[in-house]
Design a protein around this ligand. Structure first.
Ligand SMILES: [Zn+2]
Length: 275
């Protein structure tokens, strides 16, 4: 679920609460999500370490610990975090729990256990899947149009796939890719090679603007409820069958590779049939 704007709100909530705090204990409550690559026993090795840094790149969250340890969280589609009182009911979806020295707990939950929580030494971070291949973060300062054109050059295939892969820009998933392409008025299955110069200019504008605007909204809407999925304000994603907020035409929904793509055929023309 969390794409860059969602994860940024989670990070901003947790940073002032966790930075400088110590982890007094931690455990895996359900298997298959934690990947401990340190060679040490997780629960024993992490206890007593303090949280010295928290950063995000794209859809990845990094918690830096004292004495050469990093917790890297890749929530994928279904993962998320809760910061709770320890007596709050432990939901079945919780897979890893960290005890914090303020008496509270940081819990990683993952309905489908698709995400990963890595426990690493800092020198192992770049060996972790998806870390090295990430492009510039979509919430960072936008690339210039010239740099964006150059960055786009090596890519082939459909534009939505290029946006979600993480190499051109990092942090855009299925939902924000639909939103960006609607704002840019580009059909999601249009091939990159078929984009006009004008479309590349619109894509460049939308790719950095739409997530930034979403972040401003999400800060207000999510507040303390960092475990909640807030997607109602989106224009097209998840809105199949509803009227397009720009032109009122019915929003299309196409499912391919187990993910839904929503777009407006009127605002985003280009392809009548897709085989
Ligand atoms: Zn429309």
């Amino acid at each position: 679920m969390p794409e860059a704007p969602d994860l940024q709100v989670i990070l901003e909530y947790l940073q002032p609460r966790l930075l400088g705090r110590s982890i007094t204990g931690a455990r895996e409550t359900r298997p298959l999500v934690l990947r401990n690559l340190t060679g040490e026993r997780f629960s024993e090795d992490i206890a007593g370490r303090s949280i010295s840094g928290m950063t995000r790149h794209g859809k990845l969250l990094f918690i830096e610990l004292s004495d050469d340890r990093v917790v890297l969280i890749n929530p994928m589609l279904t993962g998320g975090l809760r910061y709770t009182e320890p007596d709050e009911k432990l939901l079945k979806s919780v897979t890893v729990t960290f005890d914090i020295d303020d008496g509270r707990q940081l819990r990683y939950f993952d309905q489908k256990r698709m995400g990963m929580v890595y426990y690493l030494r800092p020198d192992q971070v770049n060996e972790t899947p998806r870390v090295e291949e990430q492009g510039p973060d979509v919430l960072d300062a936008p690339l210039s149009i010239e740099d964006f054109r150059a960055a786009l050059r090596p890519f082939r295939g459909e534009i939505k796939g290029i946006l979600t892969r993480g190499r051109l820009v990092s942090g855009v998933g299925n939902a924000y890719a639909d939103e960006i392409l609607h704002a840019a008025r580009i059909h999601p299955y249009k091939k990159k090679a078929a984009l006009s110069g004008e479309e590349v200019v619109r894509l460049h504008d939308a790719v950095f603007r739409v997530p930034q605007e979403a972040l401003i909204l999400l800060r207000e809407k999510i507040g303390e409820k960092i475990h909640k999925k807030e997607r109602r304000y989106l224009n097209v994603h998840g809105k199949g069958g509803k009227p397009c907020p720009v032109c009122s035409y019915e929003i299309s929904a196409i499912t391919a590779n187990q993910r839904v793509t929503n777009f407006c055929r009127k605002c985003q023309p280009g392809l009548l049939v897709r085989n």
